[in-house]
Unconditional design. Structure first.
Length: 270
């Protein structure tokens, strides 16, 4: 064998040794990785708390990456906090009321739909006509969940939060007055108590607005009953023109017509 042949054979042996060594190293390395993976899997299976902690950390890391990419916080559960419903998913009667109120009071149909659905649900449970509940809400606040009167009545149903603080304790505290559904539920309870105490619907409305002892509610009961009558027609499928909500001017701003100012000693709504 020539020197050149010997050199080529030596190179082949050298390359073969290197390849064999590389194979053994990688084979052993993969075996170690596999063993480590199995150990980790067994540990996670035996320790659910570690698995949950790992999942939380991974989700946090992925969310942080996504928030950095879009440039704002991401809260996929934010929709759960929204007081809104698709009017197309409501029964026909409720959808008609939602669209009519939305047009008249210039509010979005989705939140009104949620309020209409709740009014029907709570009205059935409390044996109150849901269109009456909606009429009170319309006259009291014009469907503004953040409305507040000069004497401290707050929210959709304009309940005196300070006086009825105990009722709000069932919902976590008086700040729940600005949660539309909570305010509606508390307001209906107060309205029910007023009607029971007064003995009739119209007298109960005067109690609710704080005019039980004065005899003059500023036309409040008449307004509520008129809106109630219109809403009953809408619920029955009748065509009722949604005339613009009456307004009063306060300074430079036009606002939905408010109920008369309540007198603190006059009503259960206090």
């Amino acid at each position: 064998m020539t020197a050149l042949g010997k050199m080529a054979q030596g190179l082949r042996c050298f390359a073969s040794d290197i390849a064999q060594g590389f194979f053994e190293i990688t084979h052993n390395g993969f075996a170690l990785v596999g063993l480590a993976t199995v150990c980790c899997a067994l540990t996670v299976a035996a320790r659910p708390d570690l698995r949950e902690a790992g999942e939380v950390k991974l989700r946090s890391w992925l969310q942080a990456r996504q928030e950095a990419a879009v440039g704002m916080p991401i809260e996929l559960d934010a929709i759960d906090r929204a007081t809104a419903a698709d009017p197309h998913e409501l029964p026909k009667q409720q959808a008609a009321l939602a669209y009519w109120l939305s047009k008249k009071y210039r509010v979005a149909p989705e939140p009104v739909s949620a309020l209409v659905a709740e009014a029907f649900d709570i009205g059935e449970r409390n044996k109150l006509d849901p269109t009456l509940i909606l009429a009170v809400m319309a006259i009291e606040s014009g469907f503004n969940p953040f409305a507040q009167s000069s004497v401290g009545a707050q929210g959709l149903m304009q309940v005196m939060t300070g006086v009825h603080q105990q009722k709000y304790e069932h919902f976590g505290g008086k700040l729940a007055a600005f949660d539309p559904l909570t305010n509606l539920r508390v307001g209906v309870k107060v309205l029910q108590e007023c009607i029971q105490r007064a003995g009739s619907l119209e007298a109960g409305l005067r109690f609710y607005v704080g005019a039980a002892n004065t005899g003059d509610d500023g036309g409040y009961a008449v307004k509520v009953m008129a809106e109630h009558a219109r809403l009953k027609l809408v619920a029955a499928g009748r065509t009722v023109p949604p005339a613009a909500a009456p307004v009063i001017r306060t300074g430079m701003a036009a606002q939905p017509e408010a109920a008369p100012q309540r007198e603190e000693v006059a009503s259960l709504a206090y």
